[in-house]
Ligand binder design. Sequence first.
Ligand code: SF4
Length: 233
Amino acid sequence: TTLAALDRVLTGCRACPRLVAWREEVATVKRKSFADQTYWARPVPGFGAADAAVLIVGLAPAAHGGNRTGRMFTGDRSGDILVAALHDLGLANQATSTAADDGLELRGVRFTAPVHCAPPDNKPTPAERDTCRPWLVRELQLTRPTVRSLVVLGAFGWQALFPAVAASGCWTVPKPRPAFGHGARAVLAAADGGPDLTVFGCYHVSQQNTFTGKLTPAMLRDVLGAAAVEAGL
Ligand code: SF4
């Protein structure tokens, strides 16, 4: 399997009944400003460089963002904030992320999420998180040759990541498991003889955090920049 093949197969997944129903319902009801658009309404695959050195792991696609545009962190405020920060660092060719055909290219960076379908209230259940885990495990294995650091946006992604890392067989999960926090940093030793992985914690780029100033553009840039340096970008 290649990463591109994985992304293709993923888009046909219907393993979580509640999320399948929600992603399709959102596409029927729509938001007024998008009334003339056809929503993607399927699992949203990872997006970015095929040879990514930095993985950015979010939570799940937004109902009217990724679930509408079919591309992760695309079509909502969260995506714009994240991509603007990457552009500041020279890791994106443009500062906005509006549509799947907007020309955005990431340099050495790939977006993904532990849950690939939009959940009601942005809250997947633990069962849905576990059901989606094999996709992340496979993605970690396929990106293994090039990935050196990983930025996790928010506590949900942080909790979801470590079981996937353990299942991947690529790196060892430290005991006790590192705690999530903004600026948290953990080095996971290779389990397969390859290079180690440095994991960075960052508050999620949700509007809840960015509107309130809990996560400022400078804070986001600092973590992304540290991850890029660590990965040699
Ligand atoms: Fe499949 Fe993951 Fe979507 Fe569940 S959340 S239906 S496992 S892609």
